[in-house]
Design a protein around this ligand. Structure first.
Ligand code: WTA
Length: 586
């Protein structure tokens, strides 16, 4: 098969439940989707009821809900067990005074305790705050402080990254361990499980507008923002799980993202459980043999991952691929960064499936632009608007531009997945809606005559490395905390494997020499305080940074143009910027 940019790949025969989709777009309404939920009749709302308890009530208690695999370890959890275990932990949380609306943070590796903790907190009406296991002390502190975490659930290893006295609102720290492995002031969850009898009716009913999960996400300025989602989002998460992820009764579904990222929670936990799938729980690093092994062992049928992962697998070569039986896989999806046409080609040729790109954001709560299994894919395009979603490409004055023209990728703000608020920051929330009724994503794109959307980059300085959002301001702020660094400007540098890498330009304080050793020390400093993925993979030392003459703001745009050997555009505001090249590559 020859595949070039813009070629169309029709749906592949036999792989999908095509008959179900023939009418997907016809007569779609969100109200119609609501009828699939038990609250439509009962009036009693809670997303965890729909994810877990409901399936038990309907006779699916014996069905496998979660299948954890890690190394040689395997743990299986049926829907009945998931109900019992979330009831049990929810009872304990309640006993410790957790109430509706309280923020319960979960800082755990991707394992069953992580899933159960998130679900248990939401079950009693609290707001779950899942934290990525790669976050270091400051990243955790920023998030928990911003929204006044009342409870933290962690383990003895990750718990060490937290200094409890930092958090005035924090009342209880539960540790998934025996008492002897806890430090003073921590509560052993194992002990609590033995001491506490589960209340079978512990669930709290909430309003569709109540928040249930908060995800912190980075933008081009400031600290990470807390994006709060409401129970109503389940309507959107469920129906995209059904039609985009194509989840059916017999499916074994694996999303490789950690629940600390929005993909790992919405499409790692909620959407698949709402659709009563069997969910594979496994985190870990990007390593081909390790991932193929999970697919083979768990007999994964639906696999949701990211372009960086596919590129890494492609780079591993056929040898690795051929030594595993991947024949169970029938549907593959991608998210987070542009999906190369080469990756789609690889999928068709090597896995026998198309890779379906999906586009959405932390703020949007669920998929907005997708490739439905029943529709043709145009490699290079993210797909088309999901039914019920209106996409618009707007110019700076908020007017829609003609087909084929690049503009701001916007979406009508009238769908159920959209965030409820930005925590404690109504101004930031409002900034997403500068034009009447439109949500502005910050991405640039164009739409072709068939409604296919083509991603063209960001409209701001946000960095996307391996599909993970990184705010340059956060990294810059951390860099200048290092005693050797006077000033820092951070950009995303295009990278064949990771999409972008974090690149820092710094000015050293007098007396410091730009040795490779010093630069490595600076890199490790960011890594140990923020997170591995935020640490610059390249650092370049300059004598001055390009700044605006009047406000003294570092011009990342100019740094990026220098990096790409491009014309920096209007630099009449520019002050400084003499280059001394000493680069350290990871
Ligand atoms: C980018 C992840 C190209 C985009 C769910 C967006 C993509 C940001 C795609 C959101 C895609 C997401 N193709 N770029 N299919 N999907 N992005 O909040 O820039 O972590 O604005 O949500 O990732 O990242 P976030």
């Amino acid at each position: 098969m020859t595949l070039t940019y813009g070629n169309v790949i029709p749906p592949l025969d036999g792989n999908y439940h095509l008959k179900d989709y023939l009418k997907v777009r016809e007569g779609f309404s969100w109200e119609q989707v609501e009828k699939d939920f038990s609250w439509y009749e009962s009036g009693k709302v809670n997303i965890v009821y729909e994810c877990v308890d409901r399936h038990v009530a309907e006779g699916y208690g014996e069905k496998l809900a979660l299948h954890y695999l890690h190394g040689s370890k395997e743990v299986r959890c049926t829907y009945q067990e998931l109900k019992d275990r979330t009831d049990h932990l929810a009872t304990i949380l309640k006993k410790y005074g957790v109430q509706k609306g309280d923020r319960v943070f979960i800082f755990l590796p991707k394992n069953l305790d992580c899933y159960i903790s998130i679900l248990a907190a939401i079950k009693i009406g609290a707001i779950a705050g899942p934290l990525f296991e790669g976050f270091m002390e400051e990243s955790v502190r920023d998030r928990m402080l911003d929204c006044g975490a009342k409870v933290l659930i962690t383990d003895p290893v990750l718990g060490k990254r937290i200094t409890k006295s930092d958090f005035p609102d924090l009342q209880t720290v539960f540790v998934v361990a025996e008492a002897e492995d806890c430090t003073e002031g921590e509560v052993s969850l194992y002990e609590e499980y033995r001491k506490t009898r589960a209340d079978q009716d512990v669930i709290e009913w909430v309003d569709l507008e109540d928040g249930f999960v908060i995800h912190y996400t980075s933008g081009s300025t400031g600290k990470p923002k807390g994006v709060l989602h409401r129970h109503r989002a389940m309507i959107h998460q469920y129906i995209t799980g059904k039609w985009v992820l194509d989840i059916h009764e017999e499916d074994i579904y694996w999303c490789t993202s950690h629940p600390g990222w929005v993909t790992g929670s919405v499409y790692g936990i909620f959407a698949p459980l709402l659709n009563r799938a069997t969910v594979v729980v496994n985190g870990g690093r990007f390593r081909a043999e390790f991932w193929y092994d999970i697919i083979q062992r768990a007999k994964v049928t639906i696999w949701y991952s990211a372009p960086t992962a596919f590129r890494m697998l492609m780079a591993e070569g056929d040898e690795e691929l051929k030594s595993f039986d991947l024949s169970s896989v029938r549907h593959v999806l991608s998210v987070g960064e542009p999906l190369n046409p080469e990756a789609i080609k690889w999928g068709v040729e090597k896995l026998g499936v198309r890779i379906h790109d999906t586009w959405w954001m932390t703020e949007t709560g669920a998929h907005l632009i997708v490739n439905l299994p029943s529709q043709s894919i145009k490699p290079g395009s993210m797909g088309r608007a999901f039914p019920g979603i209106t996409v618009g490409i707007l110019d700076e004055s908020g007017r829609e531009v003609p087909v084929g023209e690049i503009g701001q990728l916007c979406v009508k703000a009238d769908y159920p997945g959209l965030m409820k608020e930005i925590w404690n920051n109504p101004e930031k929330y409002r900034s997403y809606f500068p034009y009447d009724g439109w949500y502005v994503s910050g991405d640039l794109a164009y739409v072709d005559e068939d409604g296919y959307v083509f991603f063209q980059g960001r409209n701001d300085d946000m960095i996307n490395s391996s599909g993970e959002r990184i705010g340059p301001f956060e990294v810059e702020s951390k860099l200048i905390e290092h005693p050797a660094v006077a000033e820092a400007g951070v950009i995303g540098k295009p990278d064949g494997l990771r999409g972008e890498i974090v690149k820092a330009f710094i000015v050293l304080r007098p007396g410091y020499n730009p040795t490779a050793r010093l630069l490595e020390e600076i890199r490790l400093f960011v890594r140990s305080e923020l997170a591995t993925h935020s640490a610059p993979r390249e650092i370049e030392v300059l004598e001055l940074l390009p700044k605006t003459r009047i406000s003294g703001k570092i011009m990342r745009r100019v740094l990026k143009a220098w990096e790409l050997n491009q014309d920096a555009g209007d630099t009449s505001q520019l002050d400084g910027g003499v280059c001394l090249r000493v680069a350290l590559v990871d």
